[in-house]
Write a protein that binds this ligand. Structure first.
Ligand SMILES: [Zn+2]
Length: 260
């Protein structure tokens, strides 16, 4: 028996298929990630109102057969146009990166409503305020912790010691060890690389920052760079193959004289 769902959904990927169809990867709030054939989507806009563009948010009606990898997208009605995303290359780069991360980190057919809400809020703020390196770090941290991959930051991931509470961060020496769960104190560390106190302090702070407050966080460029590299190590630990959008963001940021 085929089953039908109507769910809030974000378009993660669109690939043309044949003369008139598209294959769409969706992140459904109630369904998780799934792929579906949108018949006639290249020719008819009627059943796919507002268009099936990258990071479009809307209501998707999907029909699936048990055991079939590809469902059928019956309708998609965009509810948030996010007009600025397509008009600005920096916004587009951040949106494409967010879509790639969610597509690669989330397991298929596993509903993650809080991760869906996190991405939807990120896209709305990205559209309204523009691309921000700080907000992208907050998004990465929230996404990782929402999926159970969040690194331990404010204490040692092994012994639980080394809290910042009541201490100068510079007094506590740590290493960054994605295999060991995140920040690991030098007494426990078996690998990893040095983690500067300022970088750990920034990661701790960013992990507690709301997406809406993130643009107020002014990260020094070297601290942002180290936070970004540390988080990419965690992300790469959980995805297979290289992330295609990382270099895109870096190129766009360099061209604009900003930070990726
Ligand atoms: Zn320790």
């Amino acid at each position: 028996m085929p089953s039908s769902h109507v769910t809030p959904a974000i378009v993660l990927r669109v690939v043309n298929y044949g003369e008139s169809d598209r294959i769409v990867t969706l992140f459904g709030r109630d369904t998780g990630r799934l792929s579906a054939l949108a018949r006639g989507a290249r020719k008819s806009q009627r059943r796919f109102a507002g268009g099936l563009s990258l990071c479009a948010v809307g209501s998707a009606a999907v029909r699936e057969r048990p055991g079939a990898e590809l469902g059928t997208l019956v309708r998609f009605d965009a509810t948030a146009s996010h007009a600025a995303l397509g008009a600005d290359v920096a916004r587009m780069a951040h949106a494409a990166y967010a879509a790639e991360l969610v597509g690669k980190l989330c397991a298929p057919h596993q509903a993650e409503p809080s991760v869906f809400d996190w991405m939807e809020e990120f896209l709305r703020l990205l559209d309204a305020d523009g691309a921000s390196a700080e907000r992208l770090r907050v998004f990465e941290l929230g996404l990782l912790s929402g999926l159970g991959f969040g690194p331990v930051l404010d204490t040692c991931a092994v012994c639980g010691g080394g809290s910042f509470a009541g201490r100068d961060p510079a007094d506590v020496a740590f290493r960054w060890d994605p295999d060991g769960g995140g920040a690991v104190c030098t007494a426990c560390a078996r690998g990893g690389r040095p983690l500067q106190a300022a970088v750990r302090a920034a990661l701790v702070r960013l992990a507690r920052t709301a997406l809406a407050d993130a643009t107020a966080e002014a990260l020094p460029p070297d601290v942002n760079r180290d936070c970004r590299e540390a988080l990419l190590e965690i992300i790469n630990h959980h995805v297979s193959g290289p992330l295609k959008t990382v270099e895109f963001i870096a190129k766009v940021a360099r061209a604009a004289g900003g930070q990726p």
